[in-house]
Design a protein. Structure first.
Length: 176
């Protein structure tokens, strides 16, 4: 007999806030998964520290190892792959998607700060000119960071436009 089709999750289920117990379990499980993956990757003496980022509802894992530079790879691609695998494995074991960010050598921390600095400059340009500003294309996690950071801004609104790797964030003046 064929396997029954899975019921798709409705949007309201996805937007429920994560409970303290769920975030603690997700953090612990993600940390264990990352350490296991790093050992399989032959990364020397990896240590991983997991924390819950309540603002972006994600598990943040900081990895330390003498091989940390190998994890960053070219433009963070190895970290992205590790994050993807960990998020996928965590969702399969957890039954619900929870984002995971894996960082080494503060790569993502620096990248996020750079994107937020660019967004602040764009907000100032929108306020000065009254015209929308389109940021450079960026991945979904960076767009989400800017959306969430600017959501309470009284001066601007944000939206995404475009498709695939060319998807960009647009910052517009808020209607008064």
């Amino acid at each position: 007999a064929p396997e029954p089709a899975r019921t798709p999750r409705v949007r309201s289920e996805l937007s429920k806030p994560v409970t303290a117990a769920e975030s603690a379990a997700a953090s612990t499980n993600a940390q264990q998964l990352v350490v296991e993956l790093l050992k399989l990757m032959a990364i020397a003496a990896p240590t991983a520290t997991a924390t819950w980022d309540a603002d972006l509802e994600r598990v943040k894992i900081s990895v330390e190892s003498q091989d940390a530079s190998l994890l960053v790879g070219r433009d963070g691609r190895v970290l992205e792959s590790l994050q993807f695998l960990t998020t996928l494995m965590l969702a399969r074991g957890n039954g619900a998607p929870i984002a995971v960010q894996v960082d080494a050598l503060s790569y993502w921390e620096k990248r996020e700060q750079s994107v937020l600095d660019e967004a602040r400059r764009a907000v100032e340009a929108v306020k000065a000119s009254g015209k929308p500003v389109r940021m450079e294309p960026m991945d979904s996690s960076m767009r989400r960071l800017v959306h969430r950071t600017l959501t309470s801004s009284p001066d601007v609104t944000t939206a995404s436009e475009g498709e695939g790797p060319w998807r960009k964030l647009v910052i517009r003046p808020r209607a008064k």
